[in-house]
Design a protein around this ligand. Structure first.
Ligand SMILES: Cc1cc2nc3c(=O)[nH]c(=O)nc-3n(C[C@H](O)[C@H](O)[C@H](O)COP(=O)(O)OP(=O)(O)OC[C@H]3O[C@@H](n4cnc5c(N)ncnc54)[C@H](O)[C@@H]3O)c2cc1C
Length: 533
């Protein structure tokens, strides 16, 4: 049986589904409208035991439950696919948990990460932020100038650290940035060598510099600056690292939105001037119907597309599925082998851009320090016994950084998203890009004293980038079914909008979440303007 919020007072101006990067910034843009955010909204438990520096804490007490997990969660990858450290971490598990009533994913070749948590996937993100420029926005009905005011506003709102350096031409405006994070020894060493031999790197198409990070280096409102405690892999909601849940909670405190966690939205229906949203409590029980003049879908690119197909009872269509594939490899500084691990460190160290003849558009690299990882993460990384791998990890970790290189994602007829009769996601991903530029970059680093080998390059399974887009592309003239206009309005509807990266027609190599936020804020404002028109 379906119960309803009938009556004029229960009709909202806008319903936003989802509280991730997209949903939160759409809600912010709707300020002034009567807005309801409906969300699965799984919560985190507090872990006050992780208050302090990881290494000091480890000396004083066992952190087994917080780092490995009472059910050995962080070792679960041993008989499954290789996972990012954050995905394995026990306290971060709510980010990736699937409520039993949520739809399943049916796919042999694409393993996505989906979130049903308050704040979504960005509870675990690396906080790397990039502005898309006009070239990155090729294929979008948007120019950089359309997004710049929103990037600027969000920079002030969330606090971004970084610096104007050799990467300024890729990162764009440095207005309002906090100073960059301190580098750890291994990051400083790489940047020093780059600076001394910048011409050598640049002749090979390689540019290096500080990343832009949504991580505070100065206090910002009631959030504290980064303390370099090496906890990013284990502790959710570190005050210095922005997560959309901070903004969402602020909007709730200020009475600007009504937030209903604990509901799984199952479908929606447009009738006359109202959109009805059908949601079921996660705990089970009856459906509820929520009603609004506008509906903005922000369930994450894949779940948004799934819901749209489901609302259209369409099990036939196959929509474009796009991600930014990546590869990674270790870089070993021979002179740092056996040195002590850095006690104070943040894992993101440097950004790298490749611009040259080997790829038609810029590629984006991130160089990570690994001081905060568990030695067990390296159990099988060396051609040694398990005990030998642990010993090697002890001596090698202070000398190791990881280079991760992202490629752009284009729609391809072999990479598709659909649903089955039960509403489960069907994902097919047969075409991956050729890659190969990482081999060139490793060769250049080798000449500068960083050992690596193409044999150590890892190619994660499709889906591992967690940067998804493509299925409901925005177009200048949206005419076809399952396209949106530049403000996110879905073709064939009067009031259903797509607020997340489902509407990104393609993805440049740059991480996309800053653009999800800027675009969501822009869409929220446009919907708000439409409501008062
Ligand atoms: C380990 C990791 C590192 C990352 N690092 C970076 C980085 O450094 N830089 C970067 O740009 N990006 C990064 N990302 C990607 C980034 O986190 C995502 O792009 C971004 O969070 C997506 O936001 P979203 O709002 O579109 O979707 P999500 O975060 O997936 O939010 C979806 C929301 O919808 C809700 N929801 C879903 N289905 C339903 C339903 N049926 N009913 C009700 N609610 C529902 C969920 O509860 C959630 O609140 C990273 C991701 C991971 C996992």
């Amino acid at each position: 049986m379906v119960t309803s919020d009938f009556g004029v007072e229960s009709v909202y101006d806008a319903i936003v589904v989802g509280s991730g990067a997209a949903g939160t910034f759409v809600a912010l843009g709707l300020s002034g409208a009567k807005t309801l955010v409906i969300d699965a909204g799984l919560q985190f438990r507090d872990a006050t035991s992780l208050d302090g520096n990881l290494y000091d804490l480890r000396k004083r007490q066992s952190l087994f439950a917080e780092t490995v997990g009472t059910r050995f969660e962080s070792l679960a990858w041993m008989d499954g696919p290789e996972l990012s450290p954050k995905v394995k971490s026990p306290l971060l598990r709510p980010v990736f948990m699937r409520p039993p009533s949520a739809p399943d994913v049916v796919s042999a070749d694409f393993v996505p990460l989906l979130s049903y948590a308050i704040g979504g996937l960005a509870n675990a993100w690396g906080a790397q932020v990039y502005r898309f420029d006009d070239a990155d926005l090729a294929g979008f009905p948007l120019r950089a100038a359309d997004l710049d005011p929103f990037y600027d506003e969000i920079t002030q709102h969330i606090g971004i650290s970084g610096r104007e350096d050799d990467l300024a031409r890729f990162h764009g405006s440095a207005r309002g940035l906090q100073p960059p994070l301190e580098l750890s020894a291994v990051g400083r060493e790489i940047l020093d060598r780059y600076t001394r031999r910048a011409k050598v790197f640049q002749r090979q198409g390689i540019y290096l510099g500080h990343p832009r990070l949504a991580v505070l280096t100065r206090d910002h409102g009631d959030r504290r600056a980064c303390t370099y405690d090496n906890l990013e892999f284990f502790q959710p909601r570190l005050s210095a690292v922005f997560t959309p849940a901070f903004t969402l909670e602020d909007l709730v405190r200020r009475g600007e939105i009504e937030y209903r966690p604990g509901y799984l939205v199952e479908t929606y229906r447009e009738s006359k001037d109202i959109v009805e949203v059908f949601a079921r409590p996660l705990e089970g029980g009856e459906h509820r119907v929520f009603r609004a003049r506008k509906l903005i879908l922000c369930l994450g690119a894949l779940n948004t597309a799934r819901l749209v197909l489901h609302a259209n009872s369409d099990i036939v269509s196959r929509l474009p599925l796009v991600e930014t594939p990546f590869r990674y490899a270790p870089l070993l500084s021979l002179r740092r082998i056996g040195m002590p691990l850095e006690r104070r460190s943040f894992y993101s160290q440097l950004n790298l851009f490749y611009v040259g003849p080997l790829w038609p558009e810029p590629l984006v690299g991130i160089i990570y320090a690994v001081d905060g990882l568990l030695r067990s993460d390296f159990l099988f990384n060396f051609p040694l016994s398990v005990r030998g791998c642990l010993a090697a990890a002890k001596y090698l970790l202070p000398a190791v950084t990881l280079l991760q290189l992202y490629y752009p994602g284009e729609p391809h007829p072999s990479n598709t998203l659909g649903i089955d009769a039960k509403g489960n996601l069907l994902l097919r991903y047969d075409a991956s890009p050729a890659g190969g530029v990482e081999t060139h970059i490793l060769r250049v680093f080798r000449r500068l004293g960083y050992w690596s080998s193409r044999r150590f390059v890892r190619i994660p399974k499709p889906g591992a980038s967690v940067h998804y887009g493509g299925p409901l592309p925005m177009r200048e003239h949206a005419e076809r079914r399952y396209e949106t206009n530049r403000n996110g309005l879905l073709t064939g509807t009067k009031a259903v909008y797509v607020g997340d990266a489902a509407a990104f027609p393609r993805l440049p190599a740059k991480n996309l979440t800053f653009t999800i936020m800027a675009n969501a804020l822009r869409i929220g404002r446009a919907v708000r303007a439409d409501l008062v028109r």
